[in-house]
Design a protein around this ligand. Structure first.
Ligand code: FAD
Length: 331
């Protein structure tokens, strides 16, 4: 089945030219209707659907620009091509500013009819593309709204489930009678409950920009939970303090520039081979050699670090610029 002809409305007071255009453009695949004045053309657009409209500039009564303004006032008006009698830039600019999508200079030869046909074809194709894009954008907006609703629902359910788990853990903690709590089970359960509360708090604030994701209670809250003050210190200072203490206990304990390669075990001892060829033996080996640990690789095999997809940026903000509620203690 051949596609439907594009419907064109040609508004011009020159009846002979209109008849010529109707006949000629029919051969080029357009279904052209003509109107011999601006108001007649506007009335037709209000009643019928056209794919493209052409408006002539020089018309008695309401001229092309006035007609164009009337057309633009119609909701969802088809694209308008402006036809001027002269190659006058000012008229073309005024037409484009008033809402025409293109303009053509009228002439008496066959070229004018070809130009009309190719311009109409181009405008109709552009309009089809615009409508397709609008439909795609509307679909995308609808899909996004559905996904956001789904995300809110999932978030809500996770929050509810975490709340239930927290309540169960709390009930378990309460159920442990004082004399049965020799191993500190109640305290362990209380801490577990607090951790779940933190996860629930993070979950509540996920997917919303600019909100607080996590809070670390410091000051007296930290002190009562962990029995010590919370300090910030430079990593190198911590290293120096730890190294000094170890050296005080055994000046030869720290040996730098010694990459462990491999270890071997007997029933009573373990021996580490270093890259330098040196070895060291002891009762126990603690492999604290970081994320690419050679010791761990020997025990569990080579493991690949995996990117979780989380990226975080860190910054230091002067405490003077924090809102007062966030400051527990200013030193
Ligand atoms: C920029 C940055 C900021 C961070 N900030 C924080 C923070 O504020 N708070 C926090 O809790 N965590 C933070 N972390 C994470 C924290 O640093 C690490 O989780 C922690 O250092 C890991 O300790 P580790 O002892 O397992 O390994 P590492 O600290 O990496 O120590 C491993 C040590 O083993 C040595 N080594 C490696 N291979 C061998 C080998 N074959 N033989 C002998 N020695 C070997 C290395 O030289 C290194 O000295 C941060 C990490 C980075 C990268």
């Amino acid at each position: 089945m051949s596609p439907p002809l594009s419907r064109v409305l040609y508004i011009d007071d020159d009846a002979a030219l209109c008849r010529l255009i109707v006949r000629s453009l029919a051969r080029k695949g357009f279904d052209v209707t003509s109107a011999c004045s601006g108001p007649d053309g506007v009335a037709l657009v209000e009643r019928e659907r056209f794919d493209v409209i052409a408006v002539d500039h020089y018309m008695p009564g309401r001229d092309g620009i006035a007609t164009l303004e009337d057309l633009m006032a119609i909701e969802d008006c088809p694209p308008v091509v402006y036809v001027t009698g002269t190659d006058e830039g000012k008229i073309a600019v005024a037409a484009l500013k008033s809402g025409a999508v293109d303009y053509i200079v009228k002439s008496a030869d066959e070229d004018f009819l070809d130009l009309l046909a190719s311009t109409f074809a181009q405008v109709v194709a552009q309009e089809d593309l615009r409508r397709a894009r609008d439909r795609a954008e509307a679909d995308l907006r609808a899909t996004n709204q559905r996904l956001e609703a789904l995300l809110r629902e999932v978030n809500h359910r996770v929050a509810n489930n975490l709340q239930m788990v927290m309540s169960f853990v709390g009930m378990q903690a309460n159920a442990i009678a004082g004399d049965l709590d020799a191993g500190g089970a109640r305290e362990v359960l209380r801490k577990t409950q607090a951790r779940i509360a933190t996860i629930a708090q993070i979950n509540r604030r996920l997917y919303s920009t600019g909100e607080l994701l996590q809070e670390m209670p410091l000051g007296s809250v930290h002190e009562s939970a962990y029995g010590a003050k919370y300090y910030h210190l430079h990593r190198a200072d911590l290293h120096a303090a730890l190294a000094a203490t170890v050296r005080e206990l055994d000046p030869a304990a720290i040996v730098l520039d010694s990459a462990a390669r491999h270890f071997s075990e007997t029933r009573d001892s373990v021996t580490v081979q270093f890259a330098s060829g040196a070895t060291a033996s002891g009762d126990l080996l603690i492999g604290a050699d970081g994320i690419k640990s050679a010791v761990r690789s020997q025990i569990v095999g080579a493991t690949q670090a995996e990117f979780t997809g989380y990226v975080s940026w860190r910054a230091i903000v002067p405490s003077s610029r924090l809102p007062p509620a966030r400051i527990l203690l200013r030193l």
